[in-house]
Design a protein around this ligand. Sequence first.
Ligand SMILES: C[S@@+](CC[C@H](N)C(=O)[O-])C[C@H]1O[C@@H](n2cnc3c(N)ncnc32)[C@H](O)[C@@H]1O
Length: 362
Amino acid sequence: MTPSAERAPIAADSALALPKVRLFQLLEACLACATIEALRKQVIAMTQLGPARGSWESAEVVTVRWGLWRDQLRQIQDSRSLERARHYLKRLLRSFEQVKTPTFSDINLCRWQEYDDLWTDSLWHIERRDRSGQHSGHYWGNFVPQIPHQLMRRFSKAGDWVLDPFLGSGTTLIEARRLGRNALGVELQESVAQETWSRVQREDNPHRVQSIVRQGNSASFDFRSMLDQHEIDQVQLAILHPPYHDIIRFSSLPEDLSNQADVDAFVDGFAQVVEGVSRVLQRKRYLAVVIGDKYAGQNWVPLGFLTMQRIQEMGLNLKSIVVKNFEETFGKRSQRELWRYRALAGGFYVFKHEYIFLFQKP
Ligand SMILES: C[S@@+](CC[C@H](N)C(=O)[O-])C[C@H]1O[C@@H](n2cnc3c(N)ncnc32)[C@H](O)[C@@H]1O
């Protein structure tokens, strides 16, 4: 009997909580088998090890992804020799016993295969925006929650502080609450800051983290004082999603980066924000910039590369450039044919991507 025959109804990516003590007993029993035949029979007992329930319910659990767990057991069962099967068993046992994490995340590298929902490629195609909980998508110019979700899981630990100096509708802060990260957000527009503060408070806070919102101009903001007020030493991750210069005018305020007279002034203003933020960022930690380009007249203006270069000149190390698709807004969808015609006639391409630049503070 194969594991898949027994557990057909369980989806491959569903998480299975196995009772730890019993799991370890079974693994040790397998290792004690004297023949490969006996070991294979013993593995069947492990395939039958269900989610923690009954008397095991309150016991410590080990969470596995069902598909991966099934494949690992099958690999042991299919081993031709006792030595090979033992090798796989010992590896499995080690992966449950040991914890090895990078300095900047909680990812247990001993069980790296369990994290198949974390993206490691530089091309992100996000089909649909996550609209759950307080993520409504109502704010013109917000980013999809999957961006801060991925960044926080890869580049911060539970209990870390995340700083977002272009708060907008608070996507980062909402996601931070879900993931157990404390977060600080600064937003120029008073009314937006207030509304976002209320929305963030409405999001559940299962990990009892802190969410702090301030109104201010991030180009001149005293981040140090804000941190001191809350007895925070440093932040461990910064996520910056500025206006893409004047593509969307967020307000009529002169300090608004979307109101800067030209691209140079925009890049200068943005650089001031990065300087302030990186001063309170812990060494070896990450700063992510989410930005797109624009057209001016008939020409492509590479806001992404211009800002990227400026940050490199400040001494931060460029770790990755991610290209992410643009979701099509309702308005744009109805104009798709028109834009296609214009692109063919004018000799250019229609924007379908933006960037996520990843820097590490040396
Ligand atoms: C692209 S939006 C960020 C959206 C946000 N990521 C979200 O998901 O809602 C940029 C935000 O930066 C704000 N902003 C513009 N200039 C600013 C400045 N100098 N200081 C602080 N916030 C600023 C705008 O009001 C706008 O809300």
